[in-house]
Design a protein around this ligand. Structure first.
Ligand code: LM2
Ligand code: CA
Length: 452
């Protein structure tokens, strides 16, 4: 079955972490479609254990599409609304495991369960019992067998090699496809052999975009590259390396960011500045870094390596804190900039999605750096970014863009809509040059899609 990687010029994914279905639908219509996002990645939609924490979603109890984020009908309506707005839907698919509660209990939608007992779905023989470490938990990431057959934080590990389990998982994924879903983020992919994911893929009723979560660990036997045959793979080194460069090195180093840094081949890599795990676990830039975070996202969206995902978070004070919810843990409707960070709406980030779309397919040309924290480059014939992360403004100089002469909206400081720019306009002369001052920790970006 042919790969179904994001196609067309709208390839940017936004992860609306823990948004409920009515809010995702409204956002597709009001913002994601108009701003040119191609995909929305939503949190796991299946029935999960009860509790206020965000991570209850990663403990499936049944495959009913019924969760704190909404009902099956609301999910279906969200998919339809997003499609009508030109936005495809990627579901976070939790298929490596079920719940991790030793005692069992009652799930969100009323299904009763035990740690290895999900009536009507799975029984104890459908789970791995790896016989290691006293409690069957994964301890040693240098042991392939253990990582794939023991339990990730006590989560009941499915026998993904078994025909029955594969059939049940495929039925769940095919149910989502029948609701119109376009792709899957395969949660905890490292904990399943690539062949098991390939077997699931072969049972899908139609092609779907796959992005596999395989966290790179130096020296580990299981490597992200093993999974590229199935679809895209998250490149976790990207966000860590980008954060280090922005925080303590030099942007000049980014001139060959990507494969030359040991990252996955560009065509297989799914990249992000942060995701819901890394923003909690540290070592990356997050919304808390404000302007620098916006610039890092601007770089990601301008730089033609991998398929980018923009993170959209709710604000949190502690790791386990769930999204804004009512007394029954039902996720509240999203209210941007209050409890919810909505990074994907920050003007710099949202406008750079348009830059990405307008420059699709164009290589990097005219790279410039000052040996330190001022860089610039064009996307041949289609766009130009100059990013100044020095502590001082860069004034009185011109940049060679190779772009057609004309007046362009600086989409870092203004928004282009209906043929007008509500911010500064940059003029490219007949030789492809423009003059602009770039303040400290700021940027200027122009592209053919925002030409006046
Ligand atoms: C993932 N990718 O591989 C998700 O991106 C990540 O967010 C998930 O962990 C993980 N895999 C399992 O799907 C989260 C969260 C954990 C949480 C699990 C299960 O980061 O903290 O574990 O979901 O909900 C929690 C407790 C943990 C407990 C476990 C089972 O934090 O202490 O383990 O539940 O009850 C005894
Ligand atoms: Ca496993």
């Amino acid at each position: 079955r042919a790969a179904a990687a994001p196609s067309g010029t709208r390839k940017v994914i936004v992860q609306l972490f823990e948004w409920n279905w009515p809010s995702v639908a409204a956002e597709c219509q009001s913002t994601l479609g108009p701003k040119g996002y191609g995909y929305v990645q939503v949190s796991p939609p299946q029935e999960h254990v009860r509790g206020p924490q965000w991570w209850v979603a990663y403990q499936p109890v049944s495959y009913r599409i019924e969760s704190r984020k909404g009902t099956r009908a609301q999910f279906q309506s969200m998919v339809n609304t997003c499609h009508a707005a030109g936005v495809k839907v990627i579901v976070d698919a939790v298929v490596n495991h079920m719940s991790g509660q030793d005692g069992g209990g009652t799930g969100w939608a009323g299904s009763t369960y035990g740690h290895y007992d999900y009536p009507g779905t799975y029984q104890t023989q459908d789970f791995h019992h790896c016989g290691r470490n006293g409690n069957d938990d994964i301890v040693n990431y240098n042991d392939r067998y253990e990582v794939q057959n023991c339990e990730l934080v006590n989560l009941a590990d499915l026998r993904t090699e078994s025909d029955y389990v594969r059939g049940r998982l495929a039925a769940y994924l095919n149910d989502l496809l029948s609701l119109g879903v376009d792709g899957f983020r395969m949660d905890a992919s490292k904990h399943m052999p690539a062949a098991d994911i390939a077997a699931l893929k072969s049972r899908l009723s139609r092609p779907a975009y796959l992005v596999q979560e395989v966290i790179h660990g130096a020296g580990e036997p299981i490597q992200p590259g093993e999974y590229t045959g199935n679809g895209d793979v998250h490149e976790f080194r990207y966000g860590k390396d980008l954060a280090r460069v922005f925080r303590s090195e030099r942007l000049a180093y980014l001139r060959n960011f990507g494969e030359a840094w040991g990252h996955l081949p560009s065509g297989s890599a799914a990249v992000f500045v942060d995701n819901h795990d890394t923003q909690r676990d540290g070592g990356v830039l997050t919304y808390r870094d404000r302007g620098i975070y916006a610039l890092a996202n601007a770089f990601m969206l301008a730089w033609p390596y991998g398929s980018p995902t923009v993170m959209s978070s709710y604000t949190f004070a502690s790791r386990d804190q769930g999204p804004p919810s009512d007394g029954g843990n039902r996720t509240l409707n999203t209210t941007c900039y209050s409890g919810w960070e909505c990074e994907h709406r920050w003007p710099v980030i949202a406008n750079m999605v348009g830059f990405r779309n307008a420059t699709e397919g164009a290589g990097v040309a005219n790279w410039y750096d000052n040996g330190n924290n001022h860089i610039a480059f064009s996307r041949a014939g289609k766009g130009y970014l100059t990013l100044n992360d020095e502590d001082n403004a860069i004034t009185g100089r011109s940049y060679y863009t190779g772009l057609p002469a004309g007046r362009y909206c600086d989409v870092i400081h203004g928004t282009y809509a209906n043929g007008a720019c509500n911010g500064p306009v940059v003029t490219v002369d007949g030789n492809g040059w423009f003059a602009a001052d770039v303040p400290a920790h700021d940027a200027v970006a122009i592209h053919l899609g925002a030409r006046l």
